[in-house]
Design a protein. Structure first.
Length: 262
């Protein structure tokens, strides 16, 4: 019996075996969870995600559904399909973000257009509200929701720019949702994992990513970057009954980098 045995949930954000969402799914499955997956309906994404799940996670016929999180209709369809197929869920993993990579470069934040700013906020932060609002209806016995952030939402990480502002919004959105959804009737916890820099498909587009990783290895108290498995383990903790008294928190999994003042 694993920590997640008997629990079912949906994971938004598995793109390949280098995404944090993948490592979260991996650790959840190892602990007995039943994981449902979404994919962005563009290009060969469905094939890529399905192959990753089949080859690396050992699920021959994964439950998958297309989802464009920027579309209310698409979010409605995903949660309606989950309700139709399973009735209820116990957890949601929000691991999606987007910002125009042309503005994720040094000395470009002040040039950010309104359209780029609002797109980053919508995809990276508002979608957590959209998922929580729909998902809570499928959690009659309570549940847990997590999302992924980065230290650039608390302090300036040159080149992270508008994504950092969106992550700041995401972290505070976590707190407001945790407050509203945590009452006795709903009993839904909402937490955030602030993980260190990682060369995910999205992260590779951030200007100075290599420098960010090297800087953490040099300055973090553990003198290294965190692994994907370490983020997955923390997700298991937050989504399992081990953390029933924890909500509204941003937990850093960055080998101690965020504790430094200089």
């Amino acid at each position: 019996m694993g920590l997640m045995s008997g629990k079912r949930g949906v994971i938004f954000g598995v793109a390949n075996d280098r995404s944090y969402a993948y490592y979260i799914a991996k650790q959840l499955i190892e602990q007995g969870a039943e994981c449902l997956f979404t994919f962005l309906p563009i290009g060969k994404m469905e094939h890529r995600v399905k192959r990753t799940i089949q080859k690396n996670l050992g699920i021959e016929e994964p439950w998958m559904h297309p989802c464009d999180a920027n579309s209310d209709e698409s979010l409605d369809e995903v949660f309606a399909k989950i309700k139709e197929d399973f009735g209820t869920i116990d957890f949601i993993v929000h691991s999606i973000a987007f910002a125009d990579k042309d503005y994720l470069k040094f000395d470009m934040f002040h040039k950010t257009p309104r359209s780029v700013f609002t797109a980053a906020m919508d995809t990276s932060a508002w979608t957590l509200i959209g998922m929580a609002n729909r998902g809570m209806e499928l959690m009659p016995n309570g549940g847990s929701i997590i999302n992924l952030s980065y230290y650039g939402g608390e302090r300036v990480a040159p080149g992270y720019n508008v994504m950092g502002v969106a992550k700041a919004c995401l972290e505070h959105t976590t707190r407001y949702l945790a407050y509203e959804l945590g009452d006795k009737e709903r009993n839904i916890r909402v937490n955030c994992i602030s993980a260190g820099p990682f060369k995910t498909l999205a992260g590779a587009g951030v200007g100075g990513m290599d420098e960010m990783i090297a800087h953490q290895c040099k300055r973090a108290s553990m003198k290294r970057t965190n692994t994907g498995d370490e983020v997955g383990d923390t997700a298991v903790y937050l989504l399992s009954d081990l953390s029933t008294g924890v909500t509204g928190e941003t937990i850093h999994v960055d080998c101690g980098f965020s504790i430094l003042g200089v």
